[in-house]
Design a protein around this ligand. Structure first.
Ligand code: ZN
Length: 314
């Protein structure tokens, strides 16, 4: 329901005139010192006149339309980043929590999954479409909105179809699923990131974010290697999470290699000759007129996986 429809419904329910309604909305906004949007004020008024949230939200929303207190809405978007599940124990309760970023045409929001819902995270890939129903909307202390799963939440995934292809064919594609053998491991490279926006920091005697100014850096990393599938060889870049999966380590373990790289030669040896299946964005590097793959998902395939991929290529 948009603002105009909600306004009509409040008028019908309350008997308020247009002018009175406008005044009540302004009053609500003033009470909250301008922190409340017009839509938010309408929602509070609707509630005061006994209009059930269920009546208001029966249809799909966009991320930009989310307002505190909203319930029963549906959202659909694309998964743009996945933060794997972690187990925790707090006040005697054991559980797990993980999250992903959801993007639609209006914005981005973090979606936090709890307990049994976290198993979905391992089946998600960047670019998959997901439909969310019966999520709880929560406002963080910094004002940012987040969606949290609850036992009644419904999360429906639909896989983006990323075509399987040989390395010799990927030059024409934007995304590809490929399979190959690691024939070279170039680098595990660390770089300084802004803890707020993840932009690379510039070294100006101190570390400076172009947006946020001087920062004490977080460290990001990437793993660069070369794979060969018999039709071509190609450079592959794996960023943080994908590098973790291939290395079989968590980010703490990988970051420890920055201070103490003595383990690196062994890791390199383990990776060489290993078969990998990758879902990738295809990047064309104009400067070197070379194609490079940025992994968005990585796995070590079984013989069945490989057969299935080969069938899809035929
Ligand atoms: Zn920044």
């Amino acid at each position: 329901m948009n603002d105009a429809q909600l306004t009509e419904q409040i008028k019908a329910r309350s008997g308020l005139s247009d002018a009175d309604l406008v005044q009540r909305v302004e009053q609500k906004k003033n009470e909250l010192h301008g922190l409340l949007s017009h839509t938010g004020a309408l929602h509070i008024l609707a509630n005061e006149f006994g209009i059930q949230a269920k009546e208001i939200y029966t249809r799909k929303s966009t991320i930009a339309e989310l307002v505190p207190g909203m319930r029963g809405f549906e959202l659909e978007g694309a998964i743009v980043r996945i933060y794997p599940a972690k187990s925790f124990e707090k006040n005697g309760r054991k559980g797990s929590v993980g999250s992903f970023l959801l993007q639609d045409t209006s914005g981005r929001v973090r979606v936090v999954l709890w307990d049994e819902k976290t198993t979905l995270l391992s089946t998600m890939h960047d670019g998959d479409t997901v439909m969310l129903q019966s999520m709880r909307l929560q406002q963080r202390p910094d004002g940012e909105l987040e969606l949290h799963s609850q036992p009644s939440s419904r999360i429906t995934l639909s896989k983006s179809s990323v075509p399987c292809m040989f390395l010799s064919q990927v030059g024409q594609a934007a995304t590809a699923s490929v399979y190959g053998t690691i024939v070279a491991v170039h680098d595990l490279r660390f770089f300084e990131q802004c803890p707020q926006c993840r932009k690379r920091l510039q070294n100006q005697g101190q570390w400076v974010c172009p947006v946020h100014g001087p920062q004490s850096p977080h460290y990001g990393y990437l793993l660069s290697l070369v794979i060969d599938d018999g039709t071509a060889t190609m450079r592959v870049i794996l960023f943080a999470q994908q590098a973790d999966i291939l290395l079989g380590m968590n980010s703490q373990g990988v970051l420890a290699l920055r201070d103490n790289p003595t383990g690196l030669p062994d890791i390199r040896k383990q990776l060489l000759g290993k078969d990998v299946a990758l879902r990738c964005n295809v990047q064309k590097n104009d400067l070197f007129s070379r194609v490079e793959l940025h992994a968005t998902a990585v796995s070590v395939p079984t013989a069945d996986d490989v057969l299935q991929m080969l069938e899809q290529m035929a």
